[in-house]
Write a protein that binds this ligand. Structure first.
Ligand code: ADP
Length: 886
């Protein structure tokens, strides 16, 4: 680079449109116009030793010149520095019709790299050339006649001697130093930014400054005019001062740009942006009058959490979650779920207990007695349970589990326990729970996850030591979603329930202070491990006498009170209650009875309320017209779901009003019963009517509602000897029917059902057996004896006794096997007014469970073989015996 370049006299010229190549700079050009392609081909590509070409800036004539000089064709320049060319010279493939201006100074360039493009079908080729500017020249003469322009030129760079002379010039020295300082500064600024590691600094040491000036300026983005003036600065001093000016300007612009970026960055840092937006939001909220301030809310939540008394590990966990919440925006996904979760943590009764009163056993007993009639054994057991708790409050006694049909007082006993202990009562319904998550909650990763029923119940009751009733624990099932029973096991296990883990809560909760009581309709479906942790207390159904007492002592006063009435307004005589029990209810418990009484109370409440409008008072209450009541009665409004209309306020008004007191009360009579409750649903004649034809017998079955009476109907018709069974029967009961038919057919002759010669009972006929209440599914083996009895009755055309019910499984040989649920079945028979019950002999032991009052009013007949059953089932004994007597 230091060596001056030998320039030829004549050089091929490549016009450079509106651009300047300075010495030391490197450019890449694609040559497409025929003249430039020719130039490259002849001067560079085809030569052995690559030659030089001249790069001459040109500008469109349209742009007026302000700097530099312009050439015109064929003119000797002399002093004139400008020349206008007007021809159809093509520059880079663009047709130039208007005159173009050629600059008088250019730069000789050498090709660093040459590449030839693929030849087009039209024969056209293109070249890409990388050129390095070497030294300035001035154009003496421009010749544009050939395939490309050529020029006669003379070099402008100083010779060595000249250069040495200039270097002595003090002006030059000062300028050089100045340039060097500025250049140094620029380099260090750029190095800071780009971390080039001092490579550019080396240039300063090695390259002569006047050349370096060109190189620096070439790297800036400056205007064409400035580039031209740089090219025109042939004098090195001028060149250095111009370069210093440009470098300095560039330096300044970098600094200013930097300052601006910093300023902008500083102004709008992320937090500031958020702050700004928040301020705006607050202003908008204020404007809207929407003042629920989220920040205050969170602070409130924090205070609530602090007051919740969480154990240390839970508190730590809660604080972590709270910190997360504080960082979130309310609109952010997850904010709400996090909040709801923290609210739950704050609401849970970690330490809050209801004040435990000193347990007074006598008062507890009185309370149990006053709330519940009868149930002596159950009450005794509850008192024992309470006594143990009194002596040892943290005793881990078994969990009481009340088992019995609906409406026998299981729930109300449990709530009495709570009242006796002075604790709050919460009922968790487990009926139909199949998903473990119902007990234990869903993990918070699930959308819409919530805590399990236990934690939810505790949140509602707001103390950690309530009496918790696990209702219908026998109705939990298990399926693919896990086994709720296993979660309940953990709940009921005193060892494990100290750290009960709800999936949603995700921190342990201490359940050990909770007193659990469970209820179930049957003990049998409860999984054995669960049953093992509980003490089963059975509550059999009530006898009609017991129901009467319960109704008179407990249900009627309560129902009247609930309806804002008292005995001064409505009297339900004992005889009427008896009728309700007999004709309108057939249940083990007293729920329907209570419903029916409530229906009467509602009807009476209507009358009393209406009377306000029909005063003056009429002493004869029955005569008072009551359009509302009449219309209700006309609808036959029975069996309405019990709704409690609280009329306490009214009641108060009514009872304080002396005018009403003088009224005689409304006394319920049979007439009113029928008007309010509709025609009787059951009556004593039903049995007799239903068994009035041969082929019908009365069985006893066992359901989750307690015992029930089940009729079996058999009939025969012309056919091919088939057995038809209907009434939603299960496999076991179907097989029982087969066995029964086989047994009867095998003994057809003995029983005198068919003559000895043709003893095929099914000769040209089909038998159809139906179990009424066809919509209710039935199964089990205990209908065996009933089936046989109905078949014998059918074939012998003799009616079965209408006062006798039976139960028992049979074998093919006619043995009667014992069955389950005897107590409930006997009670059911009693309820239905049946006087005699045939039971398998081996069930004798089960009779001890049956209340003595029931046993006393019934005849229990024991059977060992099928023949014994038949003997008891027919009036005057078994048909065949009767026959043999003849
Ligand atoms: P369960 O829980 O067994 O289904 P509940 O406890 O809900 O039955 O009882 C139904 C209604 O019958 C309640 O109002 C209850 O007070 C009442 N009840 C049941 N048995 C008795 C009883 N022995 N004495 C007084 N009321 C009773």
């Amino acid at each position: 680079m230091a060596e001056p370049v030998e320039l030829p006299n004549r050089i091929g010229i490549l016009p450079f449109r509106n651009k300047v190549l300075l010495p030391g700079a490197i450019i890449r050009i694609r040559c497409t116009s025929p003249s430039s392609v020719k130039l490259v081909e002849q001067e560079l590509w085809q030569r052995e030793e690559k030659g030089l070409i001249g790069i001459l800036p040109v500008r469109d004539a349209a742009e007026t010149l302000s700097v530099g000089s312009v050439l015109t064709q064929g003119t000797d320049l002399g002093d004139r520095s400008s020349k206008t060319v007007s021809d159809s010279h093509k520059l880079d493939g663009k047709s130039q019709q208007e005159p173009i201006h050629w600059h008088t100074r250019g730069v000789a360039a050498r090709a660093l790299h040459l590449s030839r493009g693929v030849e087009k079908p039209s024969g056209r080729v293109t070249y890409t050339v990388v050129l390095e500017g070497l030294c300035r020249f001035s154009v003496q003469e421009l010749n544009m006649k050939g395939a490309y322009s050529t020029a006669r030129i003379s070099p402008l760079d100083m010779t060595k001697a000249e250069m040495e002379r200039v270097e002595q010039d003090p002006d030059f020295i000062t300028l050089s130093r100045q340039f060097k300082v500025t250049a140094m500064e620029l380099i260090s600024v750029l190095e800071q930014k780009q971390k080039t590691g001092g490579r550019t600094k080396i240039l300063l040491e090695t390259v002569p400054l006047h050349k370096l000036a060109d190189i620096f300026v070439a790297s800036f983005e400056i205007s064409f005019e400035e580039q031209l003036s740089m090219l025109d600065s042939v004098d090195v001093k001028v060149r250095l001062s111009k370069a210093t000016e440009l470098v300095d300007r560039h330096l300044q612009s970098i600094r200013v740009a930097e300052k601006i970026t910093k300023k902008v960055e500083g102004q709008l840092s992320k937090s500031q942006k958020e702050y700004l937006l928040r301020q705006q939001m607050r202003a908008i909220k204020e404007e809207l009058g929407d003042n629920d301030d989220e920040d205050d809310d969170v602070a409130g939540l924090e205070r609530k959490m602090q007051a919740a008394g969480m154990p240390p590990n839970v508190w730590k966990h809660a604080q972590r979650e709270l910190r997360r919440l504080k960082k979130m925006q309310p609109q952010q996904p997850g904010y709400n779920s996090s909040r709801v979760y923290l609210e739950l943590l704050a609401d849970l009764p970690w330490q809050t207990t209801s004040e435990e009163v000193e347990l007074d056993l006598k008062a507890a007993k009185e309370r149990l007695d006053s709330d519940h009639y009868g149930l002596e054994k159950v009450k005794q057991r509850i008192i024992e349970y309470l006594a143990v708790r009194k002596l040892k409050p943290d005793a881990r006694g078994p969990v009481l589990c009340f088992v019995g049909p609906p409406g026998v007082g299981k729930t109300s006993l449990a709530s009495s326990i709570a009242a006796a202990l002075g604790r709050k009562f919460v009922r968790i319904s487990l009926g139909g729970v199949k998903d473990e998550a119902d007990v234990r909650g869903h993990r918070r990763t699930y959308i819409g996850s919530m805590p399990g029923r236990l934690i939810d119940g505790l949140k509602k009751v707001a103390v950690c030591n309530p009496v918790m009733l696990l209702d219908e624990i026998d109705k939990t099932g298990s399926d693919v979603r896990g086994d709720p029973a296993s979660a309940l096991l953990e709940v009921l296990d005193p060892e494990q329930n100290k750290t009960f883990n709800d999936h949603y809560l995700n921190v342990p909760f201490d359940l050990s202070k909770v007193i659990f009581v469970a209820t179930a309709n049957r003990a049998q479906p409860i999984p054995p491990p669960l049953l093992d942790r509980m003490e089963v207390i059975e509550l059999p159904g009530y006898t009609p006498e017991e129901k009467l007492k319960i109704a008179m002592r407990h249900l009627i006063p309560r129902v009247l009170n609930q309806h804002g009435l008292n005995s001064e307004f409505l009297k339900i005589p004992e005889a009427m209650v008896k009728l309700i029990i007999q004709r309108y209810t057939r249940e083990a418990g007293v729920r329907n009875l209570e419903r029916n009484l409530a229906a009467l109370a509602r009807a009476a409440a209507v009358r009393v309320a209406e009377r306000e409008h029909t005063v003056p008072l009429n002493k004869d209450v029955h005569q008072i017209s009551s359009p509302l009541l009449e219309s209700r009665l006309a609808e036959g409004g029975t069996d309405v779901e019990m709704e409690v209309i609280s009329m306490d306020v009214n009641n108060h008004e009514l009872s304080s009003s002396s005018s009403f007191r003088v009224m005689s009360p409304l006394v319920v009579d049979e007439d009113m019963l029928e008007k309010v409750l509709g025609p009787p649903k059951f009556d004593d004649k039903e049995m007799a009517e239903r068994v009035s034809t041969p082929g019908v017998s009365i069985g006893l079955v066992w359901t989750s509602f307690g015992g029930e009476v089940q009729f079996v109907e058999a009939t025969s018709m012309v056919g091919k000897g088939d057995l038809h069974l209907t009434g939603q029967l299960g496999d076991v009961i179907k097989e029982s029917a087969q066995i029964a038919l086989t047994w009867v057919r095998a003994r057809a002759a003995e029983l005198n059902l068919a003559s000895a010669e043709e003893n095929n009972l099914l000769e040209r006929r089909d038998v159809h057996i139906h179990f009424p209440a066809g919509a209710v599914p039935k199964d089990g083996p205990s209908a065996g004896v009933t089936l046989v009895t109905s078949l014998v009755s059918l074939f012998s055309r003799k009616r079965v006794r209408s006062d006798t019910a039976m139960t028992g499984e049979i074998t093919l040989r006619g043995l009667v096997l014992p069955v389950g649920g005897v107590k409930d079945k006997v009670l059911a028979a009693h309820r239905y007014g049946l006087k005699r019950v045939i039971l398998p002999e081996r069930n004798l032991k089960d009779l001890v469970e049956v209340p003595a009052a029931v046993l006393g009013s019934m005849e229990i007949l024991l059977a060992k073989r099928m023949e014994d059953v038949l003997e008891h089932a027919f009036e005057g004994g078994c048909p065949w015996r009767q026959h043999s007597r003849l």
